[in-house]
Design a protein around this ligand. Structure first.
Ligand SMILES: [Zn+2]
Length: 478
């Protein structure tokens, strides 16, 4: 709520599907190849060519429909959306107008505090992507790369159910996570494989919704947050000054941190939609729809809840592990390999493992196995090795396929819990630190921490700190 106004947000997410080939021809669907090499007469829109629908596109879209609790239109059609733009050689885009493949679903989003917000999903439809304009200082004008023409997309249209930029961000993140888990999109925002248009309006609670503006060119989730906040404030300022918000399409400029007007908002009729005459009606057998539902993996939200419930992780730790498919798969493999402490495991996955993954190394690029990490965590949990020593071992087993016991032996990393050895360390430290001992006896309790620290140092980090503390207390009469 800003100055008594409620913000209303709806999102349209375009996700490129990771099928092997394009939606209506057999050209390769792959990002980053040399310009205008993945093209044929069909995706270039040559007269007289006929499109054939790639069945995988329908399957992928239905999977997403199931994941977002949608009803599926087993029988539906495709339509031409007519408009001119240089990246669209046919001058129309094949999309779906009045009968989308999936409709009327919802997504439960877990907010930071753990509370659940349900966002309605109006529809999911399939369509083709357009090409890409290239601008450069090296030449006058613009060039067009048609490789992206005919790359399959799904458009996921939410209901205007979000009431803040934070809710919009949580929704976007959850949708992205689902796309990754059901493995139908690469989800690389920097390559444009997910893009979103943001609809924002403001109104006073109890009053009808205000006029909405659509914002395009939102290229990251954090840009969506900034864009929504900016746009809500812009509209509130207009209303507070006695003006009226104009329905229009605006372009978000993330560098300047502002949106600028592009054009007045077009209506559906401006596109003169009509049924695509070159394609057959889509008919999906009932068994197929059911089969696609049954093959869905455990979805990210269910996973997060399970990690919190079964392993005692905090919601935010669980969410951070689940956010990366490889981390979550490795976490679960370690549990399956008998890892004793899921909490310690979560710390290692989010700490040391995330550290090398953030530098671009996948777990599968290393020598680390679930069995090795579980063994190492077991040694920490049993007090056989300190966390600092475990990190030394970890750095080695990431690089080399070696036996943990032999590394501990070779480096002398075993934690000393032997009473006699610990007592000897305590005696020498106490003898050298008489002042701290008398401080402690005079009631300065933090002298104890200092003494334990000195013992740890004397043992080169190998003493068991808990056992060390007990011995010192016994000796100085705590
Ligand atoms: Zn083609």
């Amino acid at each position: 709520m800003i100055k008594g106004y409620e913000v209303v947000v709806g999102l349209e997410i375009h996700a490129e599907l990771n099928t092997k080939t394009k939606i209506y021809c057999s050209c390769r669907n792959s990002f980053g190849l040399e310009v205008n090499t993945q093209v044929c007469p069909i995706c270039l829109g040559m007269p007289g060519t006929l499109p054939t629908l790639n069945e995988k596109v329908v399957e992928y879209a239905i999977k997403m429909g199931h994941a977002l609790n949608c009803s599926i239109n087993r029988i539906c059609k495709q339509d031409r959306k007519n408009y001119f733009y240089p990246d669209l050689p046919k001058s129309y885009q094949i999309s779906q107008a009045d009968i989308p493949l999936c409709h009327d679903g919802y997504l439960d989003v877990i907010m930071d505090g753990g509370e659940i917000k349900r966002i309605g999903v109006e529809r999911i439809h399939i369509e083709e992507d357009a090409g890409k304009l290239l601008h450069s200082d090296k030449f006058d004008g613009s060039l067009v790369d048609f490789n992206r023409c005919g790359v399959p997309l799904i458009e996921i249209v939410s209901r205007p159910d979000m009431r803040s930029s934070a809710e919009a961000k949580a929704y976007l993140e959850t949708v992205r996570s689902i796309l990754k888990y059901i493995d139908i999109s690469d989800c690389k925002m920097q390559e444009g494989s997910i893009r979103c248009d943001v609809n924002v309006s403001v109104h006073k609670p109890g009053e009808p919704f205000g006029t909405r503006c659509e914002m395009k060119n939102v290229n990251s989730f954090s840009a969506a947050v900034r864009g929504i906040d900016y746009e809500a404030n812009r509209q509130i300022e207009i209303l507070e000054a006695g003006g009226e918000v104009v329905q229009e399409t605006r372009r978000w400029d993330d560098q300047k941190g502002m949106s600028v007007s592009m054009r007045s908002k077009e209506d559906a009729q401006d596109y003169r939609y009509f049924p695509e005459p070159d394609l057959l009606t889509i008919v999906v057998p009932e068994e197929k729809v059911r089969e696609l539902k049954e093959t869905l993996p455990e979805l990210p939200n269910a996973k997060i809840m399970r990690y919190v419930r079964d392993f005692g992780l905090s919601h935010s730790d669980a969410a951070m592990i689940v956010d990366v498919v490889e981390k979550s798969a490795f976490f679960e493999s370690c549990i399956a390999a008998g890892c004793k402490s899921p909490k310690l495991l979560s710390n290692w996955v989010l700490g040391e493992i995330s550290k090398f993954m953030n530098e671009g190394t996948a777990i599968s690029d290393t020598k680390l196995t679930p069995e090795k990490l579980s063994e190492l965590i077991g040694l920490i949990a049993d007090g056989k090795i300190s966390t600092a020593a475990a990190k030394t071992v970890f750095d080695i087993i990431v690089r080399e396929n070696r036996d943990i016991a032999s590394i501990i032996e070779e480096k002398g990393l075993a934690q000393v819990s032997d009473q006699t050895a610990l007592e000897a360390i305590a005696d020498s430290v106490l003898a050298e630190n008489e002042k701290s001992v008398s401080d402690y006896k005079a009631g300065k309790t933090n002298a104890l921490g200092y003494l334990v620290g000195q013992c740890m140092k004397a043992s080169k980090g190998k003493a068991n700190p808990g056992a060390m503390k007990e011995i010192i207390l016994k000796k100085i009469g705590g």
